[in-house]
Design a protein around this ligand. Sequence first.
Ligand SMILES: Cc1cc2nc3c(=O)[nH]c(=O)nc-3n(C[C@H](O)[C@H](O)[C@H](O)COP(=O)(O)OP(=O)(O)OC[C@H]3O[C@@H](n4cnc5c(N)ncnc54)[C@H](O)[C@@H]3O)c2cc1C
Length: 374
Amino acid sequence: MILPSGSGPDSAEFAKTCGNAETRQDTKDESIKDRNGTARRQDEADGSGESNPSAEVIGVLNPEARKYDHMSVADRLAEIRSDLTPNERLCAEAFVLLCSGGTLETTSFYEFLHWWALSGYSYEGCINYLVKYKFRGGQSSFAIRLFREAQASGNLTYAFSRPVASISDKGDGVQVMTRDGQTFEAARVISAIPLNVLNDVTFDLPLTPGRRTAASIGHVNQTVKVHAEISDRDLRSFTGISYPHNELIYGFGDGETPVGNTHVVAFGGQHNHFHPEDSIDHTIAALQGFAAMNVERLVFHNWSRDEFAKGAWFFPAPGLLSTYLKDMRAHQGNIIFACSDWALGWRSFIDGAIEEGARAAAAVRADFAGRAKI
Ligand SMILES: Cc1cc2nc3c(=O)[nH]c(=O)nc-3n(C[C@H](O)[C@H](O)[C@H](O)COP(=O)(O)OP(=O)(O)OC[C@H]3O[C@@H](n4cnc5c(N)ncnc54)[C@H](O)[C@@H]3O)c2cc1C
């Protein structure tokens, strides 16, 4: 693991169960860059293009992509075992787990390569795309603006806090029933219900066998994300890997709070999973697994126990995409399933949700116009 050495924001320290070793921050970055570069060299060597997003055509992975989708990251690391120093291995494993929120065994190697390709085949690209740039007002501000734009069209009616209990496709229209007994009717329904909770809604006609099985398998991401406001200003640019023993694996300083404290964000997952609200002392101890810090406030949402999510962003185990991506994307009668979980591009990201929203809108339009299905 890497801990801040206290000698400046660009210093870091590998602290393993067997002892600590100081390194510069950029040395740690090189370790990750090199190890993930191993994946890229494989791509170039066999010309497979398995890490090319175009390896998916209308939801069907090509044979090379399928090969890597049936591998886990644990399988891949075993293949390159002799190339890795212990520190490189720790860095590579921790970074992959930061992305997948699963375990090395349950992380599809293909899906990690997909992220790697989308991020421009570099660790720097990953940090830029996945971590660095964000909305000033947080992601909720983006969602609120989209909502207001729709509202401004004058064509939006909405109902919040009405969990859907069942969806019945009657052939000439769809009936959506909420848990509190309200009924909504429409010619077409676009369902954004994520994979891990799809089977909690009753469908009549039933979901197709492929979609139902995919939903019962689900995705593997059980990320634990904890924000901490700490008074230690010297930690404002630290990056730490506290792995494999600690419950929070990867953490970093993420700017300042309005009162000038340091904002730290830390991530755990299925590897050493825990529920942060079960013991705040325990959660603070996990944060202090990176470095001694004075925690003034914690903010988190437990996505694993959220009954409408049952996990964080989508990340598949080996084989799920090869076997079920096409089923997950398919329309069913008058219901269009649109969710980032089965997007083709930035699957698991907001961009994937937008891609799916556009696909659903185009499909409904084409449907009403009597044109081919999209
Ligand atoms: C901790 C965390 C950090 C993330 N960080 C980023 C990031 O930095 N950048 C990025 O691009 N993406 C990020 N994501 C991913 C991003 O949030 C998702 O990709 C995006 O929200 C997916 O949008 P969606 O509309 O497909 O699904 P969702 O946003 O999951 O929307 C599905 C909705 O369906 C609702 N629902 C479920 N069941 C029912 C039911 N029975 N009845 C009624 N409603 C129901 C849910 O409550 C939810 O509101 C993050 C996700 C998490 C969990």
